[in-house]
Design a binder for this molecule. Structure first.
Ligand SMILES: Cc1ncc(COP(=O)(O)O)c(C=O)c1O
Ligand SMILES: [Zn+2]
Length: 557
């Protein structure tokens, strides 16, 4: 293993020890680990193929002298999942979700904990202090338990109680601070100083930054396996595939800093030929980086009292991390963006209903940011994105699920003795009435029908019919007389315009409301053909499930 640490301020290079946190020459705490990239460019491609797909696959690019399998928990190697439904709704087929929920404690902070705790154990540390908005403390606690390190976890009182209990369950001492996260960090630092304990340095912790690189390494390898190499060199070596964008929610900045370094190292070793644009997303109530970037500032203006329900992202003063991320964003033609808590909760709901992925609000912030960047035209529809997604949904459900999300079956008490069949049927009928609104979906694409079906089913109860051609649609509609028709325009043989013309000549079907859902850019002639014939026009690739449902509900009512 060959690595050293270089100071970002004076350039001084020194051997790396995890407990020595300052530059020996200028005392700066901002330093970066460096490796022998020239040698690794040759050796890694030979070593990787035989190794398991986990974080330690890239051990030569991590600052650990002797990786210690006895504290590992299966970190890294998370799936890269294509978001097909989301892709269809946004008109962006290449959205890939890096599913960090599948780490040992359900967030990408597991990577940081695995490497940092391994380094601290190697250095003989037995007690440490960390301030956290929740997930870091959970991840550190799990690994600290295995490594025999006592953790003092300083959290703000806003961290949900379920997260605090999880920290405590692993045997860490939770210290609840009534104050902002920035104040909590100060209290933790003072405590560590008083007791002479090792203090986690957040985004200045080299081992944590290095751990986050593995998200970049894995994503590149996974995209290459899924989509094929980006190119071949003249010597017929594959250039691996980089996403066009890497998107993640930001608080202290550890994730983006580490992941960006990972991409830079891959480029430096010649494995990829360009850097992805970085999208760093914050919540409006605590968006110091976004606000400072939009004002063109080199250094960040802190937010002194964050106002957000998404406490995970409540770093008001990210300090130098902002400047470093800003450099990368500007170089990679990326963007900082902010979204409201409501937009994040909505994205969380969209992701759960349409992709079966239950992410935590902080991760949903990244998805809400993605939606915003796509709609602003900053992200191009053909681009390939990797979005970082983490878990722990429980505390947020209260914000996104209204009343009536469950239906109760109340069984009459004497059900079993008297008329069991009728009693049960009556109870079940209260759960679901006999007749639901009836919707006909007409589209020649099976995927498009599937998407609309899923959108309708995700919000309760419709009776759904499908037709895959104009002729089939006419027969179906005459026979079933639905309450609403969702109609595609471009279909072979009989197109949507012809279907509409025929429906309007039949008094039985003339008044059924119609939503046209089309991928076609309509000419003004076509638009006037539809006028008065349909109730709503929705452009495929430009609506999310809840927007479509709102339209359906309005028309059926
Ligand atoms: C799920 C999730 N997303 C994003 C972040 C932001 O972290 P950072 O800015 O340190 O990368 C955190 C921090 O704990 C998190 O838990
Ligand atoms: Zn220095």
């Amino acid at each position: 293993m060959s690595f050293a640490v270089r100071c970002l301020d004076c350039g001084h290079t020194a051997p790396f020890y995890p407990t020595s946190t300052n530059c020996l020459r200028c005392n700066s705490q901002w330093r970066e680990v460096e490796y022998d990239y020239e040698t690794l460019a040759k050796t890694l491609p030979l070593q990787l193929p035989g190794r398991p797909f986990d974080l330690w696959r890239y051990r030569e690019l991590l600052p650990i002298r002797n990786p210690n399998p006895s504290i590992a928990l299966g970190e890294g190697g998370t799936p890269l999942i294509q978001a097909v439904n989301l892709g269809m709704m946004l008109g962006c087929p290449n959205i890939f979700i890096k599913d960090e929920r599948q780490g040992p404690t359900a967030s990408f902070k597991d990577r940081q904990a695995a490497v940092t705790i391994a380094a601290l154990k190697e250095a003989g540390v037995t007690e440490m202090v960390a301030a956290s908005t929740g997930n870091v403390a959970i991840a550190y606690s799990a690994y600290a338990a295995r490594a025999g390190i006592k953790l003092w976890a300083f959290v703000t009182s806003l961290v949900p109680a379920v997260k605090m209990r999880e920290i405590a369950l692993y045997g860490s001492q939770v210290v609840k601070v009534t104050g902002s996260y920035d104040q909590t960090k100060q209290v933790a630092a003072e405590f560590a100083h008083q007791r002479g304990l090792y203090l986690d340095m957040g985004a200045r912790t080299n081992t944590s930054i290095e751990a986050m690189k593995t998200i970049a390494f894995e994503s590149i390898e996974q995209l290459t396996a899924l989509l094929g190499p980006a190119a071949l060199t003249p010597e017929k070596r594959s250039i691996w595939r980089t996403p066009d964008w890497y998107i993640q929610a930001v608080s202290g900045g550890m994730g983006p800093l580490g992941v960006a370094k990972g991409f830079r190292e891959m480029e430096r070793m010649g494995f990829i030929d360009r850097l992805p644009a970085l999208g760093a997303i914050q919540t409006e109530g605590c968006a110091p980086m976004v606000d400072s970037w939009k004002k063109g500032l080199e250094t960040v203006i802190p937010v002194t009292s964050p106002r957000t329900h998404i406490e995970t992202l409540a770093t008001g003063d990210p300090g130098r991390a902002y400047t470093l991320i800003r450099n990368h964003i500007d170089k990679s033609h990326g963007a900082f963006e902010s979204v409201s808590d409501e937009e994040a909760f909505r994205a969380m709901h969209v992701l759960a209903k349409m992709e079966g992925i239950s992410a935590e609000p902080a991760a949903a912030v990244a998805f809400a940011g993605l939606f915003k960047l796509v709609r602003a035209g900053i992200i191009k529809p053909k681009d390939t994105f990797v979005v970082n997604c983490s878990g722990h949904t429980m505390p947020a459900e209260q914000f996104i699920l209204g009343d009536g999300w469950a239906r109760n079956v109340v069984l009459p008490s004497k059900l079993m003795e008297e008329t069991p069949q009728e009693g049960l049927l009556a109870a079940l009928n209260r759960v679901a009435p006999d007749r639901f609104p009836r919707v006909a979906i007409v589209d020649d694409s099976a995927e498009a029908r599937h998407l609309i079906r899923r959108i309708l089913q995700s919000q309760g109860n419709f009776t759904i019919f499908e037709a895959s051609s104009g002729q089939e649609a006419l027969k179906l509609i005459e026979h079933e007389v639905p309450d609403l028709i969702v109609l595609d325009l471009m279909m072979p043989e009989m197109d949507g315009f012809a279907v509409l013309d025929t429906l309007k000549t039949n008094p039985e079907t003339a008044n059924i409301p119609v939503i046209v859902a089309t991928a076609k850019e309509l000419t003004s002639d076509e638009k006037s053909r539809l006028e008065g014939q349909i109730q709503s026009l929705m452009q495929k690739g430009d609506f999310l499930n809840d927007e479509f449902l709102d339209e359906v509900r309005t028309l059926i009512r």
